[in-house]
Write a protein that binds this ligand. Structure first.
Ligand code: HEC
Length: 107
């Protein structure tokens, strides 16, 4: 029975981690994202002009959400963005991701 259990165990882990990636944009609401973006655009140019802070307009929504989660967990290390990301829950990150992804980027 042991090998079978092992297979089952890893299959479950695999499914769970897969589901997580799919859920990255769950509950996303672009209107809510726009509302939340007010704080972000004090640093990130709304017009897509990079003045030393990266432009986040037009970033792929999943990439955007992954980056925000990386700041949250500390995998990406930047004091300001870690503080910003820590205050956001999954739904808020998803909403910001779809909102910014829909904005025209510079390049
Ligand atoms: C106080 C200024 C400030 C605020 C407010 C701010 N950011 Fe940032 N953000 C930065 C800086 C600076 C970087 C670049 C960090 C680095 O170089 O690692 C960054 C990086 C990012 C990145 C990664 C961009 C890339 O291409 O790597 C994303 C995504 C991002 N911010 C999203 C947001 C969102 C969403 C908000 C609002 C909830 C927000 N930021 C609010 C300053 C800010």
């Amino acid at each position: 029975m042991k090998p079978l259990w092992t297979v089952f165990f890893f299959a479950t882990i695999f499914c769970l981690s897969n589901a997580r990636a799919d859920n990255l944009l769950d509950g996303a609401d672009s209107g809510y994202g726009e509302y939340l973006s007010g704080e972000c655009v004090t640093c990130h140019s709304k017009d897509g002009v990079d003045k030393g802070i990266p432009v986040i307009n037009g970033l792929d929504a999943e990439v955007f959400a992954s980056i925000m989660h990386a700041y949250k967990t500390g995998d990406m290390d930047h004091p300001v963005m870690m503080m910003v990301a820590n205050r956001l829950d999954e739904e808020q990150i998803a909403s910001l991701a779809v909102y910014f992804a829909a904005l025209p980027g510079t390049n």
